[in-house]
Write a protein that binds this ligand. Structure first.
Ligand code: UD1
Ligand code: MG
Length: 483
């Protein structure tokens, strides 16, 4: 990076416009709090600004101010209340004090989350080098509808921004749009804004009108065209949100693939921004990796599995359709298909959790197996144990949760019920179909079931009785079907 770009922008204040409601989304939630690419829109914008090392980052908040403040303040932004929200220009006016004596003001809308730091750096650079009053980040779009259009004055300079509602039929052809991301010289901005009048359908003070005022004063207004036009996209509708989300997911999958991850049908795979995946891991179609999930190297995460806040070591196989949450899986483990890990579970090296098994807040020891149809909750399983099909730990008595301890090399026969609190000592066996209510000592066999009694000839006798009964009583006449 060249020195000028690496420099901190101590003379720049950043203002993020985040006070609007977002009427077009038809939502109770403020627009900038809607999510795309795994984060709220406004969080993406703040994060793109942080590496600029500006003098300060301010967000104008209004609609659901408290929640929007709670989203941006932990990232280091301060907030200014814009109440009521009388337009993008008005948002700047109410932020004037907070902006203070910064020489340059970078303005961003809170609803354009794809913006990248490098692009902001290029915008500031162009603005400073051109000694401009304002520099607008623009983009050329195949479909510019919905955006303010750039009316060029000469090749390099801008005469005005025309809002969609004010376009003449000729201007409708203009396909260079205003991203609503600008760099202003503060000394030129404030007098121009003071002249803006709310002369539009919504009776709002539009920041865009400051551009033609600057131009009419003979000031220089430049435009920096975004190399990737997607960076300028705003989210006014649900369809916009879906489009932006798709782009974030695409970028994340591209980054993982360039780091050595194989992704099959990447357009179906959804990965959150903080997720990491090791080399030679394979993600099959329709996988979702969410939250702070970390996956090691050489794993296979098979189709339609959803992992949230998981830590997975190397060489793990997650078979199709597993739902794994906030748990730790050590190397060489095989899970699924159709398995569920609930929070605070820990599968040690080489263990196996199979079909239709639910594990909650439990540890499964090295090489132990729970291959089929079980519920294991609040349980500690030692190493090399075998939990038979259909084993259930009864950890809840209606009032409190109780622990189960299963020692090393324990064999639990199928369809057993372990009523907690209970302990099975090392090397113990539990007979199939048992209800275990007392501890089983090490190396003992626990049997907790009724004894089987066989009644010789009982079934044959029963069949004879049934046959005799049916010859005595004539079959009922079939009812006629109603018409
Ligand atoms: C705005 C621009 C338009 C541009 C488009 C790019 C204006 C008048 N128009 O239109 O030229 O092409 O962005 O996406 O500026 N906000 C406030 N306070 C307010 C009003 C809005 O903070 O009083 C915030 C909103 O929360 C939003 C941002 O400003 O984050 C932009 O507002 P929005 O209503 O989305 O403007 P657009 O119609 O998209
Ligand atoms: Mg918008």
């Amino acid at each position: 990076m060249d020195n000028a770009l690496a420099m901190s922008n101590h003379d720049v204040a950043v203002l993020i416009l985040a006070a609007g409601k977002g009427t077009r989304l038809k939502s109770h939630l403020a627009k900038v709090l809607h999510h795309a690419g795994g984060r709220s829109l406004v969080e993406h914008v703040v994060r793109a600004c942080l590496p600029l090392r500006a003098k300060r980052i301010i967000a104008a908040v209004g609609h659901q101010a408290e929640q929007v403040s709670a989203a941006v303040e932990p990232l280091g932004a301060t907030t200014v209340l814009q109440q009521p929200q009388n337009g993008t220009g008005h948002a700047l006016l109410v932020s004037k004090r907070a902006i203070g004596n910064a020489k340059f003001v970078v303005v961003l809308p809170g609803d354009a989350p794809l913006i990248r730091t490098e692009t902001l750096r290029a915008l500031i650079q162009k603005h400073k080098a051109g000694n401009a009053a304002a520099t607008i980040l623009t983009a050329v779009l195949a479909d510019p509808s919905g955006y303010g259009r750039i009316l060029r004055k000469s090749g390099d300079t801008v005469a005005a921004i025309i809002e969609e509602s004010q376009l003449t039929s000729d201007q409708r052809e203009l396909n260079e749009i205003n991203s609503s991301i600008y760099c202003f010289a503060a000394a030129k901005l404030w007098p121009a804004l003071a002249q803006v009048k709310p002369e539009n359908k919504h009776r709002e003070i539009y920041l865009t009108d400051a551009i033609s005022i600057l131009n009419s004063k003979g000031e220089t207004v430049l435009a920096e065209i975004a190399t990737d036009p997607r960076e300028a996209l705003g989210c006014n509708t649900r369809a916009d949100l879906a489009g932006v989300d798709r782009t974030f997911r695409e970028w994340k999958c591209e980054a993982l693939m360039s780091d050595g991850v194989t992704i099959q049908l990447p357009e179906t795979v959804l990965v959150d921004p903080d997720v990491s995946v090791g080399e030679d891991t394979v993600l099959e179609p329709c996988v979702q990796l969410l939250g702070k999930t970390k996956i090691g190297a050489r794993c296979t995460i098979r189709t339609a599995s959803v992992l949230h806040d998981m830590t997975v070591d190397d060489g793990v196989i997650v078979e199709p359709h597993c739902v794994l949450t906030a748990s730790r899986v050590e190397s060489e483990v095989v899970i699924g298909p159709f398995a569920r890990l609930r929070p605070e579970s820990h599968l040690l090296k080489g263990s196996r959790v199979g079909n239709f098994v639910e594990i909650k807040k439990s540890t499964i020891g090295e090489g132990s197996k729970a291959p089929h149809l079980s519920y294991i909750g609040d349980t500690k399983v030692g190493s090399k144990a075998n939990i038979g099909a259909g084993t259930i730990t009864c950890n809840y008595d209606g009032f409190a949760k109780h622990p189960t301890t299963i020692g090393n090399r324990v064999f639990v026969g199928s369809d057993s019920t372990l009523v907690a609190p209970v302990k099975l000592g090392d090397g113990a066996y539990v007979a199939a179909g048992s209800v275990i209510t007392e501890n089983v000592p090490p190396d003992a066999l626990g049997i907790g079931r009724g004894r089987q009694a066989n009644k010789p000839g009982w079934a044959a006798k029963k069949r004879r009785e049934i046959a005799a009964h049916s010859t005595l009583t004539p079959k009922k006449a079939k009812r006629k079907k109603r018409p």
